[in-house]
Design a protein around this ligand. Structure first.
Ligand code: SF4
Length: 477
């Protein structure tokens, strides 16, 4: 009998709610009026990579086929990112380039999906009138309908010049794609979306406006997914969410999920990204400290080391609270590797406020960091209420200072690892040397070593002989 406490009988689409995803193809697979060959191009974060896998799952379930080379496609879907202005500029240039292709291949359907589609909405069609489809992250279920309506199928053919563009831009508070099986490339590491959307409303961030409110998938379904991924040969699973550790499925929280996934037989490693400092619970730390499968690496976005700036960013923690959290993590998990995100030049950032960020980075000594100049995004709370008033040159100087600092720290931390033996999950051949493999340590450090008799997918012990700021180099022992 179905467990009705975890899974109500039917969801809002009238589909049965079960802890199983639909298979990729079955006898019930609906036949589209005209099967399409679809090339999906992905920009932005891992969440987008995961969404592209989901889109491939939806299209395949509906009888379409994804292709790995654009020349074989009659539909190109560009899955976009809106987090920074230069990400959007890059996509606009790419779409212009696709229009050249469309001139040679007039039947080609060009679709813009993801965060930028949601952010720019129908304005995209003014900038690029040759785009046929604009679809936000909560509307991918409509992809098969969109493709049919654009072409009219075989029987009611619509010529390219008569096509009306298809817009799918409704944000849906409940869409979690729980019944869709994503299609992943084979490999060692699989990304698994456990939560969509964000409720935090940081003032600089566009995500809540393009991905909607937070929703979590049921724990039981996610554990079943991880078991399937292990059966398919994946060794490591990365749990994904916009604020991954605010996960809650009404019964279980993120700590429960980490413990449950950590116990899946045959799984070597579980990671997660990106957590929010304010949602770091004792139970999450317990799971990291005690489950051998949960990696001792935490990407903990700081954004600024100044409490005043954090307030203007609405990050919901102070610099002191962040320091206390790091101290607790290091006490409970002494060998933990930490990485972070930093924004310099946010609205009103003074020299002193910047110095606090610099000092915080110097004190905490992250293993690595993603560092950016603030770039104002239209539609965010900061765009409406806070001036982007730090001069570009000052932003540039500040960014340079923290990059130099972080390079020194990363290099020093790696140099300290010389002589240590680290456990590395072998991922593949080194791009620079066919006699070597590369893989990651538990702390997410890239490590390169001679192949010896090791195999992709196994965990080997490597003695570190040499390092750069970003890589460990060694021998299997
Ligand atoms: S937590 Fe803040 S920065 Fe992260 S996605 Fe949500 S609003 Fe954006």
């Amino acid at each position: 009998m179905k467990d009705q406490t975890l899974f109500p009988l039917y969801n809002k689409r009238g589909l049965p709610e079960t802890p199983q995803r639909l298979s990729q193809k079955s006898d019930d697979t609906p036949q589209p009026t005209h099967a399409r060959r679809i090339y999906i191009e992905t920009y932005g974060c891992q969440m987008n990579v995961s969404d592209s896998e989901l889109m491939a799952g939806i299209l395949t379930q509906n009888g379409h086929q994804t292709v790995t080379h654009i020349d074989d496609a009659d539909v190109v879907l560009v899955n976009t990112c809106a987090i920074r202005e230069n990400a959007e500029t890059k996509v606009i240039n790419r779409i212009k380039h696709l229009n050249h292709r469309k001139r040679r291949q007039p039947e080609l359907i060009i679709g813009i999906c993801g965060c930028m589609a949601q952010h720019l909405r129908d304005r995209l069609l003014d900038a690029a009138p040759y785009v046929d489809l604009v679809m936000g992250p909560d509307a991918y279920r409509n992809l098969p309908v969109a493709l049919d309506s654009l072409t009219g199928g075989v029987e009611a053919y619509v010529s390219p010049k008569d096509r009306d563009p298809f817009l799918g831009l409704r944000l849906d508070r409940t869409e979690d794609y729980a019944d869709i099986a994503p299609i992943r490339k084979d490999g060692i590491r699989a990304w698994l979306t456990i939560q969509r959307g964000c409720d935090k409303m940081c003032t600089f961030c566009i995500v809540p406006f393009v991905r909607g409110r937070e929703r979590s998938l049921p724990l039981k379904l996610l554990v079943a997914d991880v078991e399937k991924l292990v059966d398919q040969g994946f060794k490591e699973v990365v749990l994904l969410g916009q604020t991954v550790n605010s996960y809650h499925d009404n019964h279980s929280d993120f700590g429960d999920l980490l413990f449950a996934v950590g116990e899946v037989n045959g799984l070597e490693r579980v990671r997660f990204t990106s957590p929010h400092p304010a949602d770091a619970t004792e139970r999450m730390i317990d799971a990291m400290a005690s489950s051998p499968t949960v990696c001792k690496h935490l990407h903990l976005p700081l954004q600024s080391g100044s409490t005043a700036v954090l307030e203007r960013m609405r990050r919901t923690y102070t610099a002191e609270e962040y320091r206390t959290l790091v101290a607790k993590l290091r006490e409970r998990i002494p060998n933990i590797a930490l990485s972070t995100d930093i924004i310099v030049g946010f609205s009103g950032e003074t020299d002193d406020e910047f110095r606090q960020t610099y000092q915080m980075m110097a004190d905490i000594r992250y293993d690595s960091a993603f560092m950016f100049k603030y770039s104002e995004r239209e539609g965010t709370l900061a765009h409406k209420a806070l001036p982007d008033d730090v001069p570009e040159t000052v932003k540039g100087q500040r960014l340079k200072q923290i990059i130099e600092l972080q390079e020194r720290i990363s290099a020093d931390i790696n140099t300290d690892a010389v002589g240590d033996t680290v456990a590395v999950l072998v991922e593949g051949e080194s791009r620079r040397d066919a006699d070597r493999y590369h893989g990651k340590t538990d702390g997410f450090k890239t490590t390169v070593f001679p192949k010896a008799n090791s195999r992709i997918g196994e965990v080997v012990n490597v003695r570190v002989d040499n390092t750069t700021a970003h890589t460990l180099i060694g021998q299997i022992v």
